[in-house]
Design a protein around this ligand. Sequence first.
Ligand code: SD4
Length: 339
Amino acid sequence: MGKTNKSNRREFIGRLATIGGVLGLSPFTINRMLGSELTEFEGSQKLELEAEKAQATMVSTWNHGLIANKVGFEALAKGGSALDMIEAAARIVEKDAEGLSVGLGGLPDRDGIVTLDACCMDHLGRAGSVAALQDIMYPLSVARKVMEETPHVMLVGEGAKMFALEQGFESVNLLTEKAHEAWQKWKVKNEYKPVINIENHDTIGILALDHEGRLSGGCTTSGVSFKMHGRVGDSPIIGAGLFVDGNVGAATATGLGEAVMRTVGSFLVVELMRGGMSPQDACETAVKRIIDSMDVTDLQVGYLALDKHGNHGAHAIHGGFNYALTTEKSSELINASNG
Ligand code: SD4
């Protein structure tokens, strides 16, 4: 019996993948080759290949997730990868001077200094991070440079700033009038009490899946307001504020970083998905781990997860946590479950 078109195609893909592997080509390059070769080789079967493309999906924390995802999809439309989607999404929020919790305009620490934390991770398990970074508006882009241009994963404080300047980032004053005023008000009582769900505009955690099935993630924040100078939260910590395993899924966290760090939250969510849980069940289980291990009366943590098939889930300790879900067809804000 003659071979079907489908099995011919599978054999062809298999051969090309093997050759690509021997030549040391990346899966992305092999995919691209498959795309163009199949067009010429197998004509009508191109449609079938397209139908098999992953549905690009983005999820991002809080209200600002909507604009972030929109810009992320614009990057995808220009030929960008999942990591490009993440970086573009982060930058639009980081440069917004009105937001009090990310990048420019972020609330300062107790000494009136704005310090930023950010990280990113891609489907290959590569990671980059910066913590306690001052005077640089785009910390997630600096984290990406750490990932791509250095042998390290994380740079902090003065070293991170020096590296950013060397890479061509500009030094800017991140303390806006609005944030300065808020700090002045805070100083009257001088009381450290992290506020939960700050203006529905907290840290942004972003997860993206592109058409090639590549997953990436990013997280960027000015951290909890009025923290001690030098305090670093979960957001730049790989495994706490963000974790991506390209073969399983990705997760990110928002809320009080100390609770996330103590339970290595995002890594936990991804490991639970690896064990077979849905993104939703994994987020709920990771939140329960916090609830079972500390007093959560005044403490908010929310997890957001996306698996490699594009399924997503989210859950928080308290109500009020929401996120944006965007595909090529639609974009919406969703209230996460809680408890
Ligand atoms: C931190 N996790 O620095 C950050 C703050 C945050 O929603 O996400 N707030 O602890």
